[in-house]
Design a protein. Structure first.
Ligand SMILES: [Zn+2]
Ligand SMILES: [Zn+2]
Length: 258
């Protein structure tokens, strides 16, 4: 991932709130197409410009070719708001985040989210590295990835809650993450299916497993979807001990039982 700065130069006598709205609108199209990561973008104003700090999944993430339709429309609106096209300065690699998938096109995928990482919710199944969403066909109704990113935000929020020692919503957060038929997981699996169909590549869905009522039976549990054995001989990516090919599911031995 790369830390970068976007500079929006003021080129005409403009109303500042209109200019600011335009910057916001453009950044939002980038978020929902997976071109910038995270949720907070410190933005400051200089004498002649607005500047925003962003994190990019790859150096070329903001090439116009990667923009969504909404991103292209936002680009067209800069002049009207009295701003020049954004100028990008790459500041350096982000030392805090994982490496983007090196594949030009991954051979298969895993939909995987975790509270601690602000990265794409889609991983290359070979390298277990995040795949920037703009490299995939649009999964959402607006020809971008807005719904998938909004789904990921909810997943991360629930994961964050159930990670805390003094959990305020222990059971409901864990049920949502762990239950095959929870709304969260039904939506997540729908995204995985869509990606598989659109990309023509296998796409697994990670089913979180945190606690179990029977740790002895945990290691030999069956696939919750088809009821067949799905235990792997060796852990996959040091994380998954279970994989069901027909159901496209991967999972782990419940954390509490490890
Ligand atoms: Zn890869
Ligand atoms: Zn199965």
């Amino acid at each position: 991932m790369w830390v970068a700065e976007l500079r929006f130069r003021i080129i005409a006598d403009t109303n500042l709130s209109i200019a600011e709205q335009q910057v916001r609108r453009y950044l939002e199209t980038l978020i929902f197409n997976g071109q910038i990561l995270g949720r907070e973008f410190p933005t400051y104003q200089t004498d002649d410009a607005f500047c925003s700090r962003v994190v990019l999944p790859a150096q070329d993430a903001l090439s116009t070719g990667h923009h969504s339709l909404l991103g292209k429309a936002a680009m067209e609106a800069f002049a009207q708001a009295g701003l020049a096209y954004p100028q990008l300065t790459l500041l350096g690699p982000d030392l805090m985040s994982s490496h983007t998938d090196p594949c030009t096109e991954a051979k298969h995928y895993i939909v995987f989210s975790h509270f601690a990482e602000n990265v794409s919710p889609v991983r290359c199944a070979e390298h277990f590295a995040p795949v920037p969403l703009y490299r995939l066909q649009p999964t959402g109704s607006k020809q971008d990835h807005e719904e998938l990113i909004r789904w990921q935000l909810q997943y991360q929020a629930l994961d964050e809650v159930q990670m805390q020692q003094e959990r305020v919503l222990h059971k409901s957060a864990e049920k949502a993450l762990q239950g095959l038929h929870s709304t969260l997981n039904r939506q997540g699996r729908r995204f995985a299916r869509r990606i598989e169909q659109q990309q023509g590549k296998t796409c697994y869905y990670y089913l979180y497993s945190g606690s179990s009522t029977d740790c002895q039976a945990e290691a030999t549990k069956a696939c919750p979807s088809c009821g067949e054995p799905w235990r792997l001989q060796e852990s996959w990516h040091e994380l998954f001990q279970f994989r069901c090919e027909p159901c496209r599911l991967v999972s782990n031995i419940a954390w509490d039982c490890q």
